[in-house]
Design a protein around this ligand. Structure first.
Ligand code: SF4
Length: 778
């Protein structure tokens, strides 16, 4: 019998039910949840009645009772299906990866081939071909993946005399195959799924609990009492400066709102005697290093003979061994084994391409060992925990929940596939939405706060979030005033030796103007503190593509054509993704491509028209060291018109464009510096400007040559500004300011953190670690 056990307050209400049976197995979704349930059961004194295990262990144990099966790991499937995709469809790895995810998503709703027919008109032909191909492969080899395992477990319960009673606890989602397994188990044995009554009351027939049984749920809607909670608000990324004040006794448990933690997430929360455990991808760094070397071999779509590629890996691994880089050595050896397996799969794999490299890299990330960091403390009384531990019965110290500003995104639904497709899938099983998770979090928080828990949140953490509005509906914050603790300023007494600048770039000087400390980190200490994900197409990558597309289109064409534009974007985008080593989902690529189309169209059309009407000479990416060999930097667009130079810089949004005041007061010096270099080299400046690619008419444009009609033809929708003085006078006073800054940089000894305004800190990568003192801007 499959039952939903409704509890009103918390899971401990299950005690009577558990006592009714001789013995139980409790099946939890993860080792952490299993540990927590074990703790709950032991506290209830039922430890000898209930054996707790994870769902993967449970499935493996049950399958071991049946016939031998062809169980295939995800990494093996990734390799097998990629080879199939290449043989039958194309060699685009991103498209393959999207299709692989689609196929696994569909299988979590139904294992029947009929579902592919229903989806035919909702997906591109190549994806339909792909999922049909993968399905045929699964069927012909009788492959058992995770979803098929649930199916087989259901069969085994139907055909055997297994007689244990089961509790399934701790799930944020159960998919169609898991629900089917529970139902089939329920025909043979007692199966119980505990869920809080108020969650059940809020579930509708798209949510997984209503797919479990047809039993009526008791309506538990009652007037919730308001809970008052002590709350502390801290600026984003600055909790470490306030924590000592909040947590005076240094005797606390901190639960982070995120479901998984990393060292980066907990390092600002850490005191010296706290217990924690965070997972760590031991070989990530080494894998990046190995693949950065190998990516070089595949620039501009090159293929490499497989044997030569294996030789190259051997060469790299020997180099790592000699340098005593043992992690990199281990990664390169594992890579060699994986690639050899890959080559043996098909003749097509005798030449290795960039897509193969991406596939093998993913396989490696699945197969290489992972590890955890734990704190070495002699007692585990106090700790830093992830969200699920809100349920834990803390017995020591104060308990805080910490909510980061970015956390609200993890509570919002984001479907990878189209709404039409998801609507068809919802007929086969419950959609994996965040609704249950949000309802569950609301429950967990109520009990955490009722037991005296307090909250620390970053400013803006709950803004514009309907999920948080709902979670905090019955919770009232009693905001406590806090001041920053006297965090030591590591800069105070230190003196640095002055440095002569050999090559001057506008970015370098601007960094010093923005904040001397930022300059120190970037150019003296040369710390690369900006972490960049290789899975995300960031604004920097899109910016490079946009510059490239504008240049390539305008250089080689005189008329506008939508198809030509798209062709140039696709080619440039592929090349730049490949050289930068960024891999991304198909959906992200499509959305980035749409943005690039929108950001480049108007500018290209403007430039084509002006080129035709005025016969302009347009030069892109001009190296300013051609004008002065001690200068460094590139001008995005240099226009030659009537013997004068016009200098333009492309920005992706109005955010990157300085205000008129900042520009005229030399607080933003990039264009001033370029003009100075050109003027010193004997050129006349006719005009200049920052071009806003996303909204052309908000660009900041200046005209210095009264006679010129250039801006009647080019960027004609923009308001044209004039300098208050002549260009000569403006450049003379700029040179004075500029020379003084260079002098300051070269004689700097302290590099005090002194941001020009609070905005500078918001975008500074050093924000979370910078020892800003009370005198600095907040
Ligand atoms: S965080 Fe602010 S004060 Fe610190 S280095 Fe960056 S800009 Fe300067």
């Amino acid at each position: 019998m499959l039952n939903v056990f409704q509890y009103t307050k918390d899971i401990t209400e299950i005690i009577d039910l558990v006592q009714e049976q001789e013995s139980w197995k409790a099946i939890c979704p993860s080792p952490q949840k299993a540990d927590m349930f074990r703790e709950i059961i032991n506290e209830l004194g039922l430890g000898d009645k209930v054996q707790v295990l994870t769902i993967s262990k449970f499935v493996a144990d049950i399958l071991a009772l049946g016939e031998e099966i062809n169980k295939v790991s995800k990494s093996q499937l990734l390799m097998d299906l990629w080879t199939l995709w290449k043989i039958k469809i194309n060699n685009d790895y991103e498209k393959y990866r999207f299709c692989f995810d689609l196929f696994t998503e569909i299988r979590s709703y139904s294992l029947s081939s009929e579902i592919f027919v229903d989806l035919k008109d909702l997906i591109e032909e190549q994806y339909h071909e792909g999922i049909t191909l993968f399905n045929a492969y699964f069927n012909s080899l009788e492959i058992v993946d995770e979803q098929r395992s649930y199916n087989l477990v259901g069969d085994l319960f139907g055909n055997s005399d297994l007689d244990m009673s089961y509790i399934f606890w701790g799930y944020d989602h159960l998919n169609a195959n898991q629900i089917d397994m529970l139902k089939r188990m329920g025909e043979a044995v007692e199966v119980t799924v505990p869920i809080a009554s108020n969650i059940l009351t809020n579930c509708d027939n798209l949510d997984w609990p209503t797919w479990l049984t047809t039993q009526d749920y008791e309506d538990s809607t009652s007037d919730e009492k308001e809970i008052e909670v002590r709350a502390y608000e801290v600026p984003k990324g600055r909790i470490s400066e306030y924590l000592e004040e909040i947590n005076e006794t240094r005797n606390s448990n901190i639960v982070h709102i995120d479901k998984t933690l990393s060292l980066q997430k907990i390092n600002s929360l850490f005191f010296d005697k706290q217990n924690f455990k965070v997972s760590y991808e031991l070989f990530n760094h080494a894998t990046e290093d190995v693949f950065n070397h190998l990516n070089e071999l595949f620039k501009q779509g090159k293929k490499l003979e497989a044997n030569l590629f294996v030789d190259k890996i051997s060469e790299i691994s020997l180099k790592y061994l000699k340098e005593n880089k043992l992690s990199e050595f281990k990664v390169s050896l594992t890579l060699k084994e994986t690639i050899q397996k890959f080559i043996e799969q098909s003749e097509l794999n005798e030449n290795i391409e960039i897509g193969d490299l991406k596939c093998v890299k993913e396989i490696l990330s699945l197969d290489l060992p992972r590890s955890s960091f734990v704190s070495l403390v002699d007692s585990d009384d106090l700790g830093i925990y992830e969200r699920d531990f809100l349920l834990k019965n803390f017995t020591n110290g104060k308990n805080f929940l910490f909510v980061e500003q970015s956390s609200s995104a993890s509570l919002q639904d984001s479907f990878k596939f189209s709404n039409e497709l998801m609507s068809v899938l919802s007929a086969f099983g419950p959609l994996q939405s965040k609704k249950y998770e949000v309802l569950n979090l609301k429950n967990l928080l109520s009990s955490f706060f009722i037991k005296g828990g307090e909250i620390i949140f970053e400013s803006g953490a709950f803004e514009n979030s309907i999920e948080w509005d709902d979670i905090l509906k019955d919770i009232k914050f009693d905001i406590i005033d806090i001041s920053k603790s006297n965090r030591p300023n590591s800069l105070e007494e230190k003196k640095y030796t002055s440095q002569k600048i050999k090559r001057i770039s506008a970015t370098r000087v601007q960094s010093y103007i923005d904040c001397p400390r930022k300059y120190y980190l970037d150019y003296v200490n040369k710390l690369d503190i900006g972490a960049r994900s290789k899975d995300i197409i960031g604004a920097d990558i899109k910016g490079v593509v946009e510059h490239d597309v504008i240049e390539n289109y305008v250089k080689d064409n005189s008329e506008w054509s939508d198809s030509k534009h798209l062709e140039i974007i696709t080619e440039s985008f592929e090349n730049i993704l490949e050289t930068s080593g960024v891999t991304s989902t198909e959906i992200m690529k499509k959305s980035a491509e749409a943005e690039i189309v929108a950001y480049t169209t108007s500018t290209i059309k403007e430039l084509l028209n002006a080129k035709k009407d005025l016969g302009l000479k347009l030069e892109f990416e001009v190296d300013i060291s051609d004008f002065n060999d001690t200068a460094s930097g590139r001008i995005d667009l240099l226009v030659d018109y009537n013997g004068k130079k016009y200098i333009f810089d492309f920005k992706r949004s109005s955010f990157g464009i300085p205000t008129k005041t900042d520009f005229e007061k030399y607080n933003k010096i990039q264009l001033w510096y370029y003009m100075k270099v050109l003027k010193d080299a004997g050129h006349e400046i006719g005009g200049f400007g920052y071009i806003n690619l996303s909204e052309l008419d908000t660009s900041l444009i200046y005209l210095c040559d009264e006679e010129s009609i250039l801006f009647e033809k080019l960027f004609s929708d923009c308001k044209v500004q004039k300098l208050k003085s002549t260009m000569e006078e403006a450049l003379v006073s700029f040179s004075e300011v500029f020379n003084k800054i260079i002098n300051d940089i070269e004689n700097e000894e302290k590099y005090i953190p002194a941001p020009k305004n609070a905005m500078i800190c918001s975008f500074c990568m050093a924000g979370p670690v910078c020892p800003k003192s009370d005198s600095e801007i907040d």
